[in-house]
Design a protein around this ligand. Structure first.
Ligand SMILES: Cc1ncc(COP(=O)(O)O)c(C=O)c1O
Length: 368
């Protein structure tokens, strides 16, 4: 390959370590690798999309999203997050991923430091690098939560601090006290907070608290993807102080034009319609978490019970992780999520309870 044909920004970033794994375990593999709900999108949301197609709502929409959806997202913030936004503060994107990309592109200059938890969601470092920034991991404490004091030490001079609670890959939910302390400190230091809340509805004991409650300079990222089992529809959004929106919109309008029209109408039904499917999914995830946690701790693994998302981050050693994958239990090595937890593996329990039991059984056999 003639590498000189490619820009440094792509050559310096690896393909996601997660996708590469899926072929490794053979045809009978149990896939606990993938971070997406195994539920189907609720019927009323699919019907709204079909109605939109029938009604011919198939052209470009306003770049920032259809007005009804931006309004509905403001309604969601008021109802669920105790936050007041105006539609001018909302930008509808192709999933949370695009929203993260826009924020990095609009706010990060070459050399700017971008902070996030390590281990953390795979996209943060890559998107910061694409923007010319310098990604910088923040260590977690023994319970896999952000070490607030350590984070504060790194905050001075940083451009962005990405907070992700509930967290991928840890399943950790930060306390209101930590969120408040981090956001207030970032505010004092002129660091913009990017709060990635895509798993906010999948919390089993604690309560979700939005970072934007505690500071002015906070950009909230969210999506229909996980909440409504809509990963393939590609609808997300960012909510920010109003002056950020036109700057993010410049990137969005030239790179994307608008989120898919049909999917926006589906998302409108999701945010304004019956929310009971979300509660049902949450209860099923809770049962799966309890099953998987009991199984893995029963095998002797010692780690705190995750409080949210649909992940478990398990200290099991690189050899056993490798053997588990070869034995057809697809889990993701901690090295995919940063530099600090190579001996952990991420288990996704967005799959049937039967698969979780079989996976625990197979790992148990390897340990005999
Ligand atoms: C923490 C986190 N943020 C954002 C995303 C992106 O979600 P979307 O599918 O809406 O782009 C994911 C998806 O895995 C995620 O885990």
């Amino acid at each position: 390959m003639n590498t000189h044909r490619y820009a440094d920004r792509v050559r310096s970033v690896e393909m996601s370590g997660i996708r590469k794994l899926f072929d490794a375990g053979g045809p009978n593999a149990i896939n606990l690798g993938i971070g997406q709900p195994d539920f189907d999108t609720p019927g009323h949301i699919k019907e709204a999309a079909i109605a939109a197609i029938r009604a011919g709502k198939t052209g470009y929409t306003p770049n920032a999203g259809i007005p009804e959806l931006r309004e509905a997202i403001c309604g969601k913030f008021a109802r669920e997050n105790d936050l007041v936004y105006r539609p001018e503060q909302i930008l509808v994107t192709a999933g949370g991923s695009e929203a993260l990309h826009l924020v990095m592109q609009a706010l990060v200059n070459p050399g700017d430091r971008v902070l996030f938890a390590d281990p953390g969601f795979v996209s943060y470092a890559a998107l910061a690098t694409f923007a010319g920034g310098r990604p910088e991991g923040i260590g977690l404490d023994a319970t896999l939560h952000i070490d607030v004091e350590r984070a504060k030490e790194q905050m001075d001079g940083a451009r962005l601090f990405v907070l992700n609670t509930p967290g991928n890959p840890t399943g950790a939910v930060e306390s209101e006290e930590s969120v408040r302390a981090l956001v207030e400190y970032a505010g004092d230091r002129g660091v913009t907070v990017v709060s990635d809340e895509v798993y906010e509805h999948f919390i089993y004991e604690k309560k979700h608290v939005s970072a934007a409650r505690f500071g002015e300079d906070v950009i909230t990222i969210n999506a229909a993807s996980k909440t409504y089992a809509m990963t393939g529809w590609r609808v997300g959004f960012l909510a920010a102080p109003e002056d950020y929106i036109p700057e993010c919109l410049k990137i969005h309008q030239y790179a994307q034009a608008c989120a898919t029209s049909i999917a926006q109408y589906a998302a409108l039904a999701a945010y304004t319609g019956d929310q009971s499917a979300v509660a049902r999914m949450r209860e099923e995830y809770r049962a799966r978490r309890d099953l998987l946690y009991a199984g893995l701790t029963g095998l002797g693994f010692d780690f705190p019970r995750p409080e949210g998302a649909f992940y478990m981050f398990v200290p099991m050693g690189q050899t056993l992780i490798q053997r588990a994958v070869e034995a057809g239990v697809i889990i993701v090595p901690g090295a995919a999520f940063g530099t600090r937890a190579p001996d952990h593996a991420r288990f996704s329990y967005a799959t049937a309870q039967e698969n979780l039991s079989r996976a625990v059984g197979r790992i148990g056999t390897l340990m005999e």
